[in-house]
Design a protein around this ligand. Structure first.
Ligand code: AMP
Length: 214
């Protein structure tokens, strides 16, 4: 089964993708993670996209489609979770072509719905484990008192350069302008479903499972 988790920044796509990886043996393909890796390892492409990402703008379709193509060609999986991709109609068309070429289908698109006010609160409080990527939140899921990641025991945590109010405003605008039209696109293809993304991680996980298993 191949699925897309769709939603604005901070909706919980990454968190829920990690749950699905653990429970369903699927592979998470996050273009945001791939771009951050390229940036951190200092590749030419990584340097090119760093400023664009920090401003909260979208990286070109060509770059992200290229990243996804390469991963799909080199990764064996029972199913892929697309997290943060596609973000434009052009990317959505490209994904359809790539899956078709592989003899595969896009089975479900789960939209995580969270209102803006909650997104701002979540994102400005967010940090992740520098080793395993476990997501923490200063208010709802603080880093354990012993300073160790609950998943891997690592003690270094990071905050994203674009997790600030100014970049977030731009990221939200990009979402509504460029990505939210995909809701209609996937609705028309009869693969879209919507889940309330506000609440406990476990409750949201169950709502997603219900949609996937329907
Ligand atoms: P994310 O981790 O998904 O929030 O992505 C972080 C940033 O990476 C975004 O604000 C964009 O600058 C860039 N990015 C990630 N995925 C895409 C995509 N599919 N298309 C364009 N830009 C992307």
């Amino acid at each position: 089964m191949n699925i897309i988790l769709l939603g604005p920044p901070g909706a919980g796509k990454g968190t829920q993708a990690r749950v699905l990886v653990e429970e369903r043996n699927m592979v998470q393909l996050s273009t945001g993670d791939m771009l951050r890796e390229a940036k951190d390892s200092g590749t030419e492409m990584g340097q090119k996209v760093a400023a664009v990402m920090a401003r909260g703008e979208l990286v070109t379709d060509e770059i992200v489609i290229g990243l996804i193509r390469e991963k799909l060609e080199t990764t064996k999986a029972e199913g892929f979770i697309f997290d943060g991709f596609p973000r434009t109609l052009k990317q959505a068309d490209a994904l359809a072509d790539l899956l078709k070429d592989m003899g595969q289908t896009l089975d479900k698109v789960v939209e995580l719905r969270v209102e803006d006010e909650a997104l701002v609160k979540r994102i400005t409080a967010r940090s992740t484990c520098g080793n395993c990527g476990e997501v923490y939140n200063d208010i709802t899921k603080p880093i354990p008192a012993d300073g160790k990641c609950e998943k891997c025991g690592n003690t270094a945590f990071k905050r994203r350069a674009d997790d600030n109010e100014e970049s977030l405003k731009k990221r939200l605008m990009e979402y509504y302008k460029q990505t939210s039209p995909l809701i209609g696109y996937y609705y028309a293809l009869r693969v879209h479903s919507r889940v309330d993304g506000l609440g406990e991680i476990d409750a949201i996980k169950s709502s997603i499972a219900e949609k996937l298993d329907a």
